[in-house]
Each structure stands twice: as C-alpha cells, then as structure tokens.
Design a protein around this ligand. Structure first.
Ligand code: G6P
Ligand code: ZN
Length: 542
C-alpha cells in the first residue's frame, strides 16, 4: 500500500558542491530525509518503471535512509532499485553500477571525508544516468521542489533485508541486493594489467593502503590482497565502521599523519596510499616523498599510456581552477586539450561525455578518468602502481624526473575552518570589489599581473557558472586563489591556494612552505585574512 504523507518544507535543503550535507540530527528531524528524497524525485522526469542505484559509505544513519529511499522509490513508481549489500557502495562503485546497468540514476548516501556518527555528518546525493553527480540545473530544481513540498509518497514495504544478495519484489518494485565490490573489481581489471601488478607484488614490492575504517576496505582487500597478491596486512583499517573509528576519514597529511610518518622512515614500504569515507579521494605517498594531488594528476597524465586503458593516449586533461597548473605543462607537451573548471567533480561530466577529456583531477585529492563519472581513489592507486611497475622506478624517481622535465609547481592549500559565515563572505566581497585596482600593483615585491573572479563557460552545453573563486596572478606564473568551501557543514571555510612555478632550470627541491612564504604573506596583505577572520594562522595546511 502507498501512503501520502503531508509534510512541511524545510528551507535549508540546498545541495552544495556534492549533494546535501548536514549533521545527522538535522537529517533526523521529522520528514527531513523524506522531504529531500521526494524532492529529488519531484525534480526528475521519466523514471517510472526505470532502475535506481542505491548505496552509501556505511556511515551512521546509512541503513535507516536506505530503507526510506527504497519505500519512497517504490511509491513513486520506480521499476527497480539495485542496492549494494548492507547498503554499501563506494561513490566510484555506484557510478560504475549506474553506467554498467544503464540505470536512470542513483542515490549515494555519503558526506565523503567528513566524520560520521550520531552527531556528525550525513549526506544525500543524486547522480544522473551517465553516473556523475547531477548538474546544477537539476540540483537547483531539487532545491526549488524542497521549498514548496507539501507531501511525499511512501510504500508500506516493511524493513527490506539488504544483507542478503538476491532479488525481492516489494510495493510493486523489484529490489536487487548486489555484491558491492564485484562489478567494480571487474572494471579495474579491464583497465589495468593485473598480471604486471601481480609481478610487482611478487617481486617483494611493499605497500600500505589505509581505508580509514571507511568504505574502501572491502574493495581494497579484494583488489590488492586477493586479486593482486599483495601481502596480507597491506590493507589497514579495512573494516568499515559507522563512525570511522571516531576518526576523520579524510586522507590528508593531518588525518593520515600516521601513514605519512611511516612512509618517511628509513625502512618505509615502497608505496603508501589512503582513501576517504566514500572512496573517491586518494592520498599518495612514496617512500620519503608526499605527492601533492596536483602533481599526482600531472604525473599520472604524463605516464598514463603504461596502462592498457590509456595505451592510445589521452584526448585531453581537465582540472579544477584551484588545482595547480602542473597538468597544463603535460597537456602542452602532449599537444592535447587542457580544461579549467570550477571546483566540483560534476563539472567534468560534460567534458568526459563529449570525449574532450580522458583524465581529470582536483587539488582536493580527487583524480579519475572517463571509466566512470566520479573521481576514484583506488583507480589512482592502481595507475600509480602501474607506472611504478612499468618504469621499475620509485615514486621519488618518477617525481624527480617529472620536475626535471616539466618544472615544478610548488603548491599548498591553507584552510581557515569554522570561520563565522558573515565574516568570511565580507572578506570575499571586499576582495571582489577591488580586483580591478590590484592589477599592476606590487605586494611584498611581487607584481600582480591580473586578478579576476573566475567564471566558467562550459564548452559543451554553453552554461555559465559565476563566482567560482578569486584568482590573483603574479608575474612569473605564481598565483593565489581565494575561495569559500562548498562542502563544510559548520560556519564557513576559507581556502587559500598558493602556487609558485619553478622552471626545470630552477631549484626543484625546496621545502614547499618556504618556497611559498612570500606569496603566503602577500595573500594575507591582499585579502586581509587575519583582519577578517581573526585568525593568525590556518587550521589546516595541505
Ligand atoms: C567534494 C567534491 C569535489 C570537490 C570538493 C571541494 O569532495 O566531490 O569535487 O573538489 O568537494 O570541496 P570544497 O570544500 O573545497 O568546496
Ligand atoms: Zn569523497
């Protein structure tokens, strides 16, 4: 039986950079999740009888919302829902399932790298039939529906057993519980030379992969230890927990410091990597060397032909605007297109669909390719391993040779988290108001070439996205970018991205923070960071 439940709109269901993210108690308010799920369906057309893919990163509240989506999807007329066993699908795995089974779309329950637990974060995201995050046109429509919603439909289907693989009929809809890992592992096997990687591990290559008690645990175990024969113990923290073991499942140098420390020891393994809550981000650390996500993108692109999937070369490279321009130099050398998009993986979808870009990447630790429409943590690790296997070199050697050939983009991001939202916006507004007057002036001896507010004109569908961050370009190719985070759930987060280019003939082995010290000071002078935020230093430096 289907019931129609009267409800009242909430005014704060605006999807951010990557879906709707709020604290769990917010989602637990009466009809809050139900409203948003119904608003997603209300914003879509033509799904009757079609298939929806459903899964999440296993965080607290995942199971409850899985049941709600099943009941609301049945009442709204979906023909089938394919749900990951136990409600688990990593974000890249969900993207793959949507594409492989030609589903209408998918709902992914995740707050990515944000902590989980009864008082931590939860999220709901809608992906379209290409497997990628819904474009703004759709997320805007969802938000509009959420502001006027009066009722939602729900089928009385009771609690569905999502732990047993198989198919059941409920509320006039088919529910198929699928193996969360199998399709994804097969996809990876089709992209990479698993025999070559098996040989690498047979030769004694040692790796650590830290799943941070989040969703990639079962994927990593299956791929690295079972299919590739990496030693048992290669995978760490591989048991997904609803609260990620009370850690922050964000694979950066702060939250993965233990891995960094291990990789800097004299007897470190050859390769260290980690992924985030929902499995789309990656952290890459070689023995004695951390690779910034921006450099990783450039190095993966420069070497991609080592993997069978990219043996014929890349069509183009895309990066988000704040990502360093290291990849631009690779694209230039390869004679292929380079695209600069706003922050957010959704902006890569059109470029990938149109065949303009093959590999995409972001400074926020996301890298991926046209194999799906999300970034993919394990994919990045497998491509790195392929490079090390084929070149028979260490990460350090690959990086050193890359910089000697292309030059080095010293790069760092400074985050000011939990800043009062009004103050953060005031900073951006003040800065935005003086852009024209900055050009030609000098700060700390650095001459500003131009400054602008980044707007993106999508070359595929012509859509325009404005106010995507403020760029200040200096003479000589250095750059500082200011942007407010679109994923935070508390106050505002100011991100300052600092980049300095050193040509192949320059000094390529400086300490990053030292290499950027003048630019960092200039950034504060230009934007008045301390004055506006009341902070004298960033909360996180990556
Ligand atoms: C999510 C998106 C990424 C994006 C990142 C930026 O992880 O999936 O594509 O780069 O958010 O987050 P921010 O907090 O900087 O808006
Ligand atoms: Zn993520």
């Amino acid at each position: 039986m289907t019931r129609i439940i009267a409800t009242k709109p909430y005014d704060d269901q605006k999807p951010g950079t990557s879906g709707l993210r709020k604290k769990v108690p917010v989602f637990q308010q009466e009809n809050y999740a139900e409203n948003f799920i119904q608003s997603i369906f209300d914003a879509l057309d033509g799904y009757k009888g079609k298939t929806l893919v459903l899964g999440g990163d296993g965080r607290f509240y995942n199971r409850e919302v899985i049941q709600k989506v099943l009941a609301i999807a049945a009442a709204n007329g979906f023909g089938k829902v394919m749900v990951g066993q136990g409600g688990i699908l990593s974000t890249p795995a969900a993207s793959n399932v949507i594409r492989k089974y030609k589903a209408f779309g998918g709902i992914i329950l995740s707050a990515s790298h944000n902590p989980g637990g009864p008082h931590e974060d939860f999220g709901i995201k809608y992906n379209i039939d290409n497997g990628g995050p819904a474009p703004e046109k759709i997320t805007d429509a969802i938000f509009a529906k959420s502001k006027t919603i009066k009722e939602y439909k729900i089928a009385d289907i009771g609690e569905i057993d999502i732990d047993r693989i198989g198919t059941v009929e409920a509320g006039g809809m088919t529910i198929e519980v699928i193996d969360s890992v199998k399709d994804y592992a097969e996809l990876m096997e089709s992209l990479f030379d698993f025999k070559a990687l098996q040989k690498l591990f047979e030769s004694g290559f040692r790796m650590r992969f830290d799943s941070m008690h989040a969703v990639t645990g079962p994927y990593a175990k299956e791929i690295f230890e079972h299919r590739l024969g990496a030693a048992e113990g290669t995978c760490r923290n591989f048991k997904p927990l609803p609260d990620f073991g009370r850690h922050h499942p964000d694979p950066n140098l702060v939250h993965c410091k233990h891995l960094y420390d291990e990789m800097m020891k004299p007897d470190a393994p050859d390769f260290g990597a980690a992924s985030d809550g929902d499995g789309d981000r990656n952290l890459i650390i070689g023995k004695g060397i951390f690779i910034t996500p921006s450099d990783s993108l450039a190095m993966l692109c420069a070497n991609a032909t080592v993997a069978p999937a990219y043996a014929n070369g890349l069509a183009g490279i895309a990066r988000s605007m704040p990502t360093s321009r290291a990849a631009d130099r690779v694209a230039e050398k390869l004679g292929i297109g380079i695209y600069e998009t706003p922050t957010g993986w959704k902006f890569f979808g059109n470029l990938l669909d149109a065949g303009k870009a093959t590999i995409c990447g972001e400074e926020s630790a996301g890298t991926g390719s046209n194999h799906i429409r999300e970034k993919d943590g394990l994919w990045a690790v497998l491509l790195w391993l392929s490079i090390l296997a084929v070149r028979s070199e260490s990460v350090q050697q690959v990086a050193t040779k890359h910089w000697a050939e292309f030059g080095r983009n010293y790069y760092s991001r400074h985050d000011y988290e939990g800043v009062d939202s009004g103050r953060a916006h005031a900073l951006m507004e003040e800065l935005g108001g003086k852009l024209a007057s900055l050009a030609g002036t000098s700060v700390r001896g650095l001459k500003i070439e131009k400054a602008d507010d980044f707007a993106y004109h999508d070359p595929v569908d012509g859509s325009v996205s404005e106010h995507q961050g403020i760029r200040v370009h200096f003479e000589g190719g250095s750059r500082v970018v200011f942007r407010l985070s679109g994923t935070g759930t508390e106050g505002a987060t100011l991100r300052v991205y600092i980049e300095h280019y050193e040509p192949p003939t320059g000094k390529l082995d400086k300490d990053t923070q030292k290499a950027l010290a003048d630019l960092i000071a200039a950034a504060d002078d230009i934007a008045g960071i301390a004055r506006h935020t009341g902070r004298d230093k960033p909360s996180v430096i990556t």
